[in-house]
Design a protein around this ligand. Structure first.
Ligand code: SF4
Length: 489
């Protein structure tokens, strides 16, 4: 749960990065940072909190130059503190490099232990710093080769932007777990975790990075201000101002399906598909799979809104926004001494009684993780006078923790991993409960060529998990691109 951004060749690079991070804020709210390069010097500003509070005019003035990367973070690996904020900048024998990373590395702990056993000192607990240690130790001379070498030694999910005094690099892991797209803006290249960032800054989407693709943008690759040839850019050739490599062995694509279900912004295009449309299809498939006699379809905002629309269209039951979300809720609340019933949920959601009272309600949400919030919402809707409450979930039961960068509880805290469907229904207090089937979900998202990771619904992880991986060998033997390495530009 992080967002990355990058821009090269724009006179207001750090201000554009700031706006890009603003659009990606839903991907992480704990910390953020921007690194920029001006005349060979690198500048970094990082802090705890949200983008709007972190970056002032004065702060952005301290980030000069035509190239920048940005990062916003929600900790899934490493605790929430300033040292773990990104981009992380280091000095190596190849010069300065700053790196921002979205995704979790499943062998980071093992690699870290091996590095520490060999004398490495870490300043953060983030798995991203492991990549930088591997980069610094690489025997490869050229920056992009050293980064490819480092990333070739890690396992798991990474979508990365990295900045050096002369280059902007981007990489997506061979499974393509996390999204990363490239666009252009007024003669500059931009990279972002989600296309909603391009919309805000007025950039044109060019394409998604391929799983396993590494892109290198160099300042001297084309004359300043020279128009970008978009046709060539699509092909990824050096003529377009960047070079694209596929340095690692090809893997079956395993893009995170949960980004499509819940995590990505609905106005983004993800894996070649509209997130909003995909969510509507999930809802209409759910309506076909699990219809019910009812009077009104009510989404649990924001995640359930488009699935509820799809459910309503498929079943003909009217749609009403009968739960109102307060968008201005902070992380902590000071409760009155005399506790208010359902306070924790009520401060975020409030039912519109006139739309609910005496009616049979279908409550549509994107997922049930622990089940505690669902139980409170069902109780709140009943308290508002609902005659019946039928819960419909637009994804399959969430039964396994994510190891690739989405923050989820341990398996023992996942309600569907521990209780039967009927027990979950009873626990959340619904009259009926139904989930979208895995086949149904797959059908709704298989546009284009995308293949998906569905491990949180199946327990079928695409990679070995941490304790199954070797450690020492990976550090001190050449990783190399090997015979499977492919150049496409
Ligand atoms: S386990 Fe689930 S949340 Fe994690 S990458 Fe796979 S589909 Fe996404």
């Amino acid at each position: 749960m992080c967002g990355v951004f990058g821009i090269m060749g724009h006179p207001e690079a750090s201000r554009i990065a700031y706006l890009g991070l603003y659009a990606l804020q839903h991907r992480g709210q704990e910390s953020g940072g921007i690194a920029s390069v001006d005349a060979g010097a690198m500048f970094v500003e990082r802090g705890m909190g949200q983008v709007a509070d972190l970056f002032t005019e004065a702060c952005l003035d301290r980030l000069p130059g035509r190239s920048a990367i940005g990062h916003i973070r929600y900790s899934t690996s490493g605790s929430s503190r300033l040292q773990n904020a990104q981009p992380i900048r280091i000095e190596s024998r190849r010069g300065a490099i700053a790196l921002g990373h979205n995704g979790n590395l499943v062998n980071a702990q093992a690699l870290r232990k091996a590095l520490e056993d060999n004398g490495a000192i870490f300043s953060s607990t983030s798995d991203t710093e492991v990549v930088l240690h591997l980069f610094a130790r690489s025997t490869e001379e050229i920056v992009e080769d050293a980064l490819v070498d480092a990333l070739g030694r890690v396992q798991g999910a990474h979508a990365i932007t990295a900045l050096t005094p002369t280059q902007l690099l981007a990489a997506r892991d061979p499974y393509g777990f996390r999204p990363l797209s490239i666009g252009h803006l007024e003669g500059a290249w931009v990279l972002a975790s989600e296309t909603c960032a391009f919309d805000l800054i007025g950039a044109e989407f060019v394409r998604d990075l391929e799983p396993g693709e590494v892109i290198v943008l160099s300042q001297d690759a084309r004359a300043e201000g020279e128009a970008i040839d978009i046709v060539a850019a699509g092909a990824g050739g050096a003529a377009a101002g960047y070079v694209s490599h596929l340095p690692w062995a090809k893997q079956a694509r395993k893009s995170c399906i949960f980004e499509q279900v819940y995590f990505a912004r609905p106005d983004s295009r993800l894996y070649g598909d509209s997130v909003m449309q995909a969510r509507k299809r999930m809802g209409s498939t759910l309506g076909a799979e699990a219809p019910v006699e009812a009077d009104v379809v009510v989404p649990v905002p924001d995640g359930g809104v488009y699935a509820a629309q799809g459910y309503s269209e498929a079943t003909g039951i009217p749609f009403e926004l009968a739960l109102i979300r307060n968008h201005y809720v902070g992380r902590t609340f000071i409760e009155p001494r005399q506790s208010i019933r359902h306070f924790g949920v009520k401060v975020k959601l409030n039912p519109v009684e006139s739309l609910i009272k005496g009616r049979r309600v279908v409550l549509v949400d994107d997922s049930i993780v622990r089940g505690t919030t669902s139980a409170k919402i069902v109780e709140m809707v009943r308290a508002a006078g609902a005659a019946e409450v039928h819960v419909r979930i637009s994804s399959p039961p969430y039964v396994s923790s994510c190891h690739y960068g989405i923050d989820t509880p341990r398996r023992e805290d996942l309600i569907a991993a521990n209780l039967s469907l009927e027990e979950v229904r009873e626990r959340i207090g619904a009259d009926t409960l139904a989930y979208l089937s895995l086949d149904g979900l797959r059908q709704t998202v298989t546009s284009g060529e995308a293949e998906y990771c569905t491990a949180c619904f199946t327990g079928d992880y695409p990679t070995p998990l941490s304790d199954e991986l070797s450690t020492q060998m990976e550090l001190f033997t050449p990783a190399g691109a090997g015979p499977a390495g492919r150049e496409i530009g």
